[in-house]
Design a protein around this ligand. Structure first.
Ligand code: NAP
Length: 315
């Protein structure tokens, strides 16, 4: 192998994704985030690109291990694990994979909301367990169509969620840093104000320090007993302890969550609750979308190495 120019790093690349990168770029090698410092100097000096997947932090200290690094290409739209400020200070480009995953993530948000309102997991269990054929029925549940829903963060994914829920005849409210052009949806200046006006909150914010606990204890309390929280963003965007307290005490009706703090080792309090629908951070997890994300990650690395404009730059 010639000098490796590409470091493939992260805990969750599939065999197929790794092979694709290795085949496309002849001189690539794999090293986990914690193995980087142990690489020989000559190897580290030859690295010009890093392809990353997963949520392991990548900060200035790691970047400094690679003096000729020019691009960090993230697999995923959320790049909160990468210190973009540190990358910019070092002249390192960061890229991500926006838009190609919007539909899948929005689909999952709506699916979790319907599953929660219609008690679908309990319904499945009733049928499988034989209790339905023995005469037991599912208690009446709650209509989802026509609900009053607030989207926290009307960005690319938030917009897709809102469009879907509008087709379900929902009354759409949203909060973002700026007012958007919408078909008459109600804007709120803060999540606190919005939570007073809606039953259901769908969180579609970016992660990172700036949005930490943006959905605060006060926001959760303002939702009231019919409140449902759906989160497809990052665990950090919600005050998770406050959410757990409200769910345990029945102060809100339920939650549908694809993201958590400390995932996959999530707070065990969630596992004891029957008013939550839990998913294993699989928002973008269809083979079609993951294929598009992998292709876009590779296209960014190839563009960088060819000296062409990056496809989806972050900084
Ligand atoms: P986006 O288009 O950048 O939208 C992000 C939203 O967050 C925008 O509405 C933005 O507000 C808001 N925001 C950003 N910084 C903020 C701040 N400091 N305070 C308040 N609001 C802030 O991003 P996207 O493509 O929709 O992706 C959103 C996130 O979804 C990603 O960052 C990622 O964490 C998550 N995600 C999860 C999965 C999954 O598998 N569950 C998959 C993909 C993405 P403005 O509208 O005012 O700019």
């Amino acid at each position: 192998m010639s000098d490796p120019i590409l470091l493939i790093s992260g805990d969750s690349f599939s065999e197929q994704e790794r092979t694709r990168l290795e085949t496309a770029l002849a001189s690539a090698f794999v090293a986990g985030p914690s193995d980087m410092a142990a690489l020989p100097d000559a190897v580290r000096s030859s690295v010009r690109a890093i392809a990353v997947k997963g949520h392991h932090p990548l900060g200035g200290a790691e970047m400094d291990l690679f003096p000729n690094l020019g691009v960090i290409a993230n697999y995923g739209v959320g790049y909160d694990a990468i210190d973009v400020t540190a990358a910019t200070e070092r002249g390192i480009n960061v890229t991500n994979t926006p838009d190609v995953l919007n539909d899948d993530v929005a689909d999952l948000a709506v699916a979790m909301l319907i599953a929660q309102c219609r008690n679908m997991v309990a319904g499945d269990d009733l049928v499988r367990s034989g209790r339905w054929s023995a005469g037991e029925n599912l208690p009446l549940n709650r209509q989802m169509s026509g609900s009053t829903v607030g989207i926290v963060g009307l960005g690319r994914i938030g917009r897709e969620i809102a469009d879907r829920l509008a087709a379900f005849k929902c009354d759409i409210h949203y909060t973002s840093r700026s007012r958007k052009e919408t078909p008459g949806w109600t804007f709120h200046a803060s999540p606190e104000e919005m939570a007073e006006a809606v039953d259901i909150l769908v969180v579609a914010l970016v992660g990172g320090v700036e949005t930490e606990k943006h959905v605060s204890r006060q926001v959760i309390d303002a939702l009231g007993p019919r409140g449902i929280v759906i989160n497809i963003s990052r665990g950090s965007t919600i005050d998770e302890a406050a959410l757990l307290d409200a769910l345990e005490e029945g102060r809100i009706a339920g939650a549908g969550l694809d993201v958590f703090l400390n995932e996959p080792k999530i707070d065990p309090r969630f596992l004891k609750l029957d008013n939550v629908h839990l998913q294993p951070h699989q928002g973008s997890g269809s083979s079609e979308t993951r294929g598009r994300m992998a292709k876009l990650q590779l296209a960014n690395i190839e563009a960088f190495l060819a000296g062409d404009p990056l496809k989806t730059p972050v900084n």
